[in-house]
Design a protein around this ligand. Structure first.
Ligand code: AHG
Ligand code: MN
Ligand code: MN
Length: 337
């Protein structure tokens, strides 16, 4: 390697957390050990996504998950990979996965096993077989220390509102594998460098533009959206709106990643088929809402801030309007839930 390449500073995620934890003692070394488990899992998933065509892991398993959706083989691989990488970290008490009906209790949360990790192991499953970007989304809570005797020592630790998250992040398996995370101290982005098998710091303190030029929604459901959303969809196409484009990948994490970097708004409103919306609160909306807000954006369900919603069930769905401040405000001027 040339001297320049050798001297080029490589900041890995672990280094980044250690550097920042000096400034923010709350993020303990314990936490970076937990995050490194998640990142190991995403490196394994990324490797499998990239050679899915050569292995018998494309296609559906023929089974259905708790969501009533066709399970793709890569969904299972991703789910099992994350659980095995996190299961033996020693500091995780409970894991909640989109793919599992019930929480996986490693041990009842205590001073050691104080983290609860919630995740969508593979987001955008319908895109796996057609080589379109997919991703992994994760949310990290800490055990509650205010539970009264007799409380449900599993669900009460899990069903916390999103503002209680101590960290959130996602990975997009796209033209490159990109990871974004926040511990409440800004959003930081890394790119996986396959030549060294590590995520390298690409951008610190990512800021979402106050306004974008893109709206992102599945217009096929237009007739099934609330009237206010239909009015917004008419307005956004007028000259007054000023030349918005429509982009919809069908992988939330990829649509969100574009919105974070370029601005604009992603909408999955209620439909007649899914009156509570399709996206899941605990491991899709909450983690992305934390990232959006940390980057200066907003996330609502049409009535309230996503992060203030108190969950009542594990796989609870929510409408999601997320993106640039001005764009989400514009949607709200047409539709309030
Ligand atoms: P998942 O693959 O984890 O079930 O998530 C799929 C979600 C989300 O990624 C995407 O935004 C949405 O489904 C697309 O839904 P429609 O096909 O109804 O537009
Ligand atoms: Mn998903
Ligand atoms: Mn999924």
């Amino acid at each position: 390697m040339h001297d320049r390449e050798l001297s080029e500073k490589i900041t890995t995620v672990e280094q980044h957390i250690l550097e920042r934890q000096r400034a923010h003692p709350t993020a303990s070394g314990n936490f970076s050990w937990l995050l490194s488990g998640i990142l190991l899992a995403t490196r394994i998933i990324s490797a499998n996504v990239r050679r899915a065509g050569f292995m018998d892991i494309l296609g559906a398993t023929g089974g259905e998950n708790v969501q009533g959706e066709l399970v793709q083989k890569l969904d299972i691989l991703a789910n099992e990979t994350i659980k095995s990488c996190l299961g033996y970290r020693g500091n995780v008490g409970i894991m909640v996965s989109e793919e599992d009906d019930e929480p996986r209790i490693i041990k009842e949360p205590d001073e050691q096993a104080k983290y609860i990790v919630l995740f969508d192991p593979l987001d955008g499953s319908s895109n796996i077989d057609v080589n379109v970007s997919i991703g992994t989304i994760f949310s990290i809570l800490q055990r509650r220390d205010d539970l009264e005797p007799g409380a449900d020592m599993v669900m009460d630790h899990i069903l916390q509102p999103g503002f209680k998250q101590i960290a959130a992040g996602y990975v997009v398996y796209g033209s490159s594998t990109v990871m974004a995370y926040t511990t409440g101290d800004g959003v930081h982005m890394f790119t996986l460098d396959p030549s060294i098998g590590a995520y390298r710091l690409a951008q610190e303190n990512v800021q979402m533009p106050e306004q974008g030029k893109t709206y992102s929604i599945n217009e096929a459901y237009r007739a099934n959206f609330p009237e206010g959303i239909q009015k917004y969809l008419e307005w956004i196409k007028t000259d007054e709106a000023g030349g918005y484009g429509l982009r919809y990948i069908g992988s939330l994490v990829a649509d969100f990643h574009r919105t974070l970097l370029k601005g604009g708004v992603f909408l999955y409103p209620p439909t007649t088929k899914s009156p509570a919306g399709k996206l899941r609160l605990l491991y899709e909306a909450n983690p992305l809402a934390m990232i959006a807000e940390q980057a200066g954006g907003v996330a609502t369900d049409g009535a309230q801030r996503i992060l203030e919603k108190v969950p009542t069930s594990l796989h609870e769905r929510t409408p999601l309007i997320i993106g640039s401040k001005n764009d989400v405000k514009r949607v709200a001027s047409f539709w309030k839930r």
